[in-house]
Design a protein around this ligand. Structure first.
Ligand code: FAD
Length: 395
């Protein structure tokens, strides 16, 4: 089976990549190990996903969120309502969302191959010319001019391609989450984020009036010091969370755990001759919030646009594919994640005390509050004075 592009992984990155190529008339194989798997994820996304990329999402009737409540480790609160500021967001159920984005790719003309586990490349004269998969009916091969690796954190192809090595435990986050169904006293139009005294945070994201996504994780060196299963149990059983679930009529309908990249984009590993790597497999996840759906979709789309240029020019070497990494929007995400990384250490200094002080300062100082809001919600870099003010108030 010969394709223009073979994509391993039909998550948000792979599906967007397949859709973009198929819309332009290219023959695309989209390989997925299991369309019934729900990716462990908080599911919080900017409403841009619906307004710009997937208007089809409207049929899931998502609840538009109008604000967030952030809590420091000692439960100091910072509330921000963004109604009218164009910052709307929503929370999706990943099983529904992933199947919707796959359907969009298939409607555009991509061929989806479910129950196909990518296990290796097909190689000829030491060139990678396709993907070999394991299926219930045996081994299959999908040949393509260009190969896109979009199979997430656990990607074996990313390692086999030579583009990157295995993740080290201190470069990732480990998180566990669940979907709880029942009546709660949460405001379904808000998202709730709880920073912890160690490197990590917990979240409570109402999906709709009946379902809540709740989760907690550790990252980097905290992965070695804490057991994330225990951290999760402590989080969901803490009085500050329990109070939302005061009735007895709720039940956990699903739970899962998964790693997330914590170091930002592996910008030296994005492409080589006839291969590109997109989404989680390449670290397209915010190092502070773990938000990766939007950047993964952007990376999938831009890799597809690069592939289209390369196929049109009949020049699929790394010289053409480097345009993917050089795209201004990829550069923007790389810069933005570098800024976020530089703030992570500061926030978690002294068992998260900087964050508590920061939230406390927002209560009395309106300018300072604006800076904090801009930093969290608009990715604006705070001034040097901002950091010294927090340190000086840390008494
Ligand atoms: C616990 C947790 C909470 C998160 N919360 C949020 C959040 O609230 N908001 C947000 O924006 N991001 C969140 N993220 C990050 C987000 O989930 C990812 O950034 C996003 O899913 C990346 O999309 P992707 O398509 O690159 O990879 P994935 O979504 O991981 O998709 C990869 C696809 O490849 C398939 N696959 C894997 N291996 C193979 C194989 N060998 N062969 C064939 N197919 C394969 C998988 O089944 C999957 O469908 C969270 C992540 C975790 C772990």
């Amino acid at each position: 089976m010969m394709y223009d592009v073979v994509i391993s992984g039909a998550g948000p990155a792979g599906s967007r990549c397949a859709e973009t190529l198929a819309r332009d008339g290219f023959k695309v194989a989209l390989i997925e190990r299991d369309t019934n798997w729900r990716k462990p994820c908080g599911g919080a996304v900017s409403a841009r996903i619906m307004n710009k990329y997937y208007p089809q999402l409207r049929k899931l009737n998502p609840v538009i969120k109008n604000g967030a409540l952030l809590f420091s480790a000692n439960f100091q609160k910072l509330e921000y309502n963004w109604e009218g500021f164009g910052q709307d967001s929503l929370v999706v159920d990943r099983l529904e969302f992933d199947n919707l984005v796959r359907d969009v790719a298939v409607d555009a003309g991509a061929e989806l191959f479910d129950k196909n586990l990518s296990i290796d490349f097909v190689t000829k004269n030491s060139q990678k010319i396709g993907i070999k998969t394991k299926t219930p009916s045996g081994i299959k091969e999908y040949l393509g001019k260009i190969i896109v690796i979009a199979d997430g954190m656990s990607s074996k192809l990313a390692i086999r391609s030579g583009l990157r090595k295995h993740w080290k435990i201190e470069n990732i986050a480990l998180a566990k989450c669940a979907i709880i169904e029942g009546k709660t006293n949460l405001d379904e139009k808000k998202i709730y984020i709880y920073f912890r005294p160690y490197k990590g945070y917990g979240w409570v994201f109402p999906i709709d009036e009946k379902r809540v996504n709740i989760g907690c994780g550790t990252f980097e060196e905290a992965n070695l010091k804490y057991n994330f299963n225990q951290i999760y149990d402590e989080f969901i059983n803490s009085p500050n969370i329990k109070k939302f679930f005061s009735g007895s009529d709720y039940k956990e309908i699903w739970r899962g755990s998964y790693p997330i990249s914590a170091k930002g984009i592996l910008d030296k590993c994005l492409y080589k001759d006839n291969i590109m790597i997109v989404g989680d497999a390449a670290g397209f996840v915010s190092p502070i919030s773990g938000e990766g759906i939007h950047p993964s979709i952007v990376s999938g789309q831009l890799a597809a646009e690069t592939a289209i240029q390369a196929l049109d020019m009949e020049e699929i070497s790394n010289q053409t594919l480097k345009r993917y990494k050089q795209h201004p929007n990829i550069k923007k995400i790389i810069r933005n994640f570098k800024l976020k990384r530089s703030m992570v250490e500061f926030f978690y200094e002294n068992d998260g005390k900087n964050l508590s002080t920061m939230f406390k300062l927002t209560e009395k100082d309106e300018d300072f509050r604006t800076q904090v809001i801009n930093m969290f919600f608009f990715s604006a870099a705070p001034s040097k004075e901002f950091f010294s003010k927090i340190r000086a108030s840390n008494v």
